[in-house]
Each structure stands twice: as C-alpha cells, then as structure tokens.
Design a protein around this ligand. Structure first.
Ligand code: KG4
Ligand code: ZN
Length: 350
C-alpha cells in the first residue's frame, strides 16, 4: 500500500500529538503540542546573528542553517517532551509563505518523518499559523474575532468568521509593517532585526517629527495599509535634515515613526470592530511583540466590552507551536498532504 493509502485509512485521534515544523525565514522552530494548544515542548534555533552583518536575511544562509539545525531542533523537542518519533500522530509543516529555499528544508524534512512513521503530513500556511498563536494564549478562544496580522511579510485586518473562514477586510498595498520597521532601522543605523531595536530607541524619544497620515484621499478599502509612504517620509526627513547640516535626533524619528505606524493599526482595528460587531480582538505576527503597540491596544480597549488577546511575545514572532496549533485545526478536517507537497513563496491570506 502507498503512503497516501495508509494515511487515508487512519482514524483521527481524540487528543492528537502534533509536531509543528517552521523554517520559512531565519528561525528553525520545532514544537510538539497535544490537543492543539497544550505545548509539550518547543525549540527555536535562530540564524539572526549570521544575517545581522548583512543588514537583513540572506536566503542562502538561512537555508544552510536550517539544514544544520532542523534535526537538532527536532531531537531536542522530542527529548524535552519525553517522546519518540512514533508517539507523534501527525507532522505539520509550513509550506509557505516565505523564502523558498528555507521552506524546502522544513517541507522535505517533514515529508521524510511522515513517510518513515506512516503518519499524516499537514500543510500549514505560515499566515494562518500566526493567527492560530492566539489559540495557544487563550485555549477557550472561539471565532468569530478580529485579528491584526502584523509581520515582516504581511499586514492585514482579518475577520476570522470561523476556524477556517477568513474575511480579509484590508491589507497593505505595498510594504508590510515589519518591513517598514526593518527599513527605518537601517536608516537609523540600527542592526537587524530592526523592529525590536527601533522600539528600544523610540523609548528615549518623543513624537516631534511630522509624518504624513497614511493613505489620505485613498479610494480603496478603508482597512488597507500603506507602509511604503511612511517609510519613505522617514528616510527623506533624515536625509533632508542631514543635507541641511541639521542635527537629527534618531530617537525622536524612531518614536514618531512607531507612533504613526501604530496609529494606523488602531484606527483600522476600531473600524473593524465597529463593522463586524465582534467582541474579541487578537494580535498576530512579529510586530505584535512590539510593546508600544501592545500598550496602545490595551489603552484603546480599556473600559470597553472588547476582549483583547495578546499572545506572549515569543508566540508573535515565528515559532513551531503556532504551526502545530494550526496543524491541529487542519488535522480535524483531514487536510493531509501527499508526499508530493511543494513549498510556495506566496500563499493567499484567505
Ligand atoms: O512574524 P515574524 O517573526 O516573521 C514574518 O513572518 O515576517 O515577523 C518578523 C518581523 C520583522 O520585521 C521584525 O522586525 C518585526 O517582526 N518585529 C518587531 C518587533 N519584534 C519583531 N517590530 C517591531 N517591534 C518589535 N518588538
Ligand atoms: Zn512569521
């Protein structure tokens, strides 16, 4: 019997143990969860320091590091959970979106594990994985809810109508918010990854650099974002001041940029809550780890009847547990992949 035929005959387990494998960017992450949100173990090996000297992720270096780290992370996750490979009921892996060469390492590795153990292989969208991080934080969370997706590759406000049905209310028409943080970091001479460094510098500054309001007079969706204009305004401000020989207070630039970037998010989330009538708002993606954004959201929803779900910072940035969690949702609806599963640089937000 072929692998696919064996998997087809499998009965779903009541409380499945799922391994989540994530290699879409510079983190090699493996986690094991039971029944979705119960985390048995997790291991993240990052190659961020290797990319720092180049000012951003170098895809080739990321792929090579995944190749070295993937079996180390898997062994560690199994050991910490006190399990063997045969105890795993299914292998969930990020197949996209992300860097192709990096994704292929995780996809190929997960295929080999699934094939060897004759267990299901579950294809997971990285974006859906980010959204599922909220279920880790609040296991009794149930759709519908509004989620902000704010990462290095995506920015969107999504109405999660049920576990599987996403209504993307708006998204960025150019750069993602994390990408803007990283690019602004560069012009402020801060190292990669830029987001946390901009956040830290901004603490010493104040909001006294005038920046344009996002998408003024825009005819598209009121939920759309544009971070390219904001980023360019910051870069132009710094260069113009320097050309005039004027002092540029980098901390003020960082603060003003961050405030502008976050104001746009809050405005759209409030509109989304109004439009949907949903009473829960979640945050997902690496920029969700930003303390200024988290505080602004807490303040915004203080004294309202909206429940705010802020995943722990380590579950906002890339991790294996969110992939295992989303894998669990896909497991429940038999979304198993054949061994011909391929990686995909882009996946639909829907
Ligand atoms: O979700 P993520 O780990 O990977 C992607 O799927 O892209 O997000 C990475 C992005 C990077 O742009 C990084 O600079 C940003 O999230 N980020 C932050 C913070 N931590 C990570 N941005 C602002 N403030 C932070 N504390
Ligand atoms: Zn991510």
């Amino acid at each position: 019997m072929s692998y696919e035929d064996i998997v087809k005959q499998k009965q779903l387990k009541e409380n499945p143990i799922i391994m989540g494998i994530e290699t879409s960017c510079d983190e090699t992450a493996v986690a094991i969860t039971r029944n979705g949100s119960e985390i048995l173990s997790e291991c993240i090996i990052s190659s961020a320091t290797e990319h720092a000297k180049f000012g951003g992720v170098v895809p080739e270096i990321a792929s090579r590091n995944h190749t070295v780290a993937i079996s180390l992370a898997t062994e560690k996750a199994l050991k910490d959970a006190n399990l063997t490979l045969n105890d795993i009921d299914a292998f969930a892996v990020t197949y996209g979106a992300g860097l192709l060469g990096a994704l292929l390492v995780g996809v190929s590795y997960a295929k080999a594990l699934a094939f060897a153990t004759k267990k299901p292989l579950i294809p997971v969208s990285h974006v859906r994985g980010h959204v599922s991080a909220s279920y880790l934080t609040k296991p009794d969370l149930k759709p519908p809810f509004v989620t902000l997706l704010a990462s290095g590759g995506h920015t969107a406000v999504i109405a999660v109508e049920d576990y599987y049905k996403f209504n993307v209310l708006g998204s960025t028409i150019d750069d993602a918010i994390g990408e803007a943080f990283d690019k602004v970091a560069r012009v402020l001479n801060l190292s990669y990854p830029g987001g946390p460094n901009v956040e830290n510098l901004a603490k010493q500054g104040s909001n006294n650099v005038a920046l344009p309001k996002m998408l003024k007079n825009y005819k598209g969706s009121e939920f759309d974002f544009s971070y390219s204009g904001l980023k360019t305004a910051v870069i132009n401000y710094v260069h113009n001041q320097q050309a005039k020989g004027k002092e540029v207070v980098y901390a003020d630039v960082a603060h003003s940029f961050q405030k502008n970037a976050v104001d746009a998010v809050i405005e759209r989330i409030n509109k989304a809550v109004k439009k949907t009538g949903y009473k829960t708002v979640c945050v997902s993606g690496g920029v969700g780890a930003n303390g200024y954004l988290r505080n602004a959201l807490l303040e915004n929803f203080k004294d309202t009847n909206v429940t705010l779900v802020l995943p722990e910072k380590k579950y906002c940035t890339d991790n294996g547990a969110m992939i295992a969690m989303e894998g669990f949702l896909q497991y429940k609806r038999y979304n198993f992949a054949p061994l011909t599963l391929n990686a995909s640089a882009v996946v639909s937000l829907k």
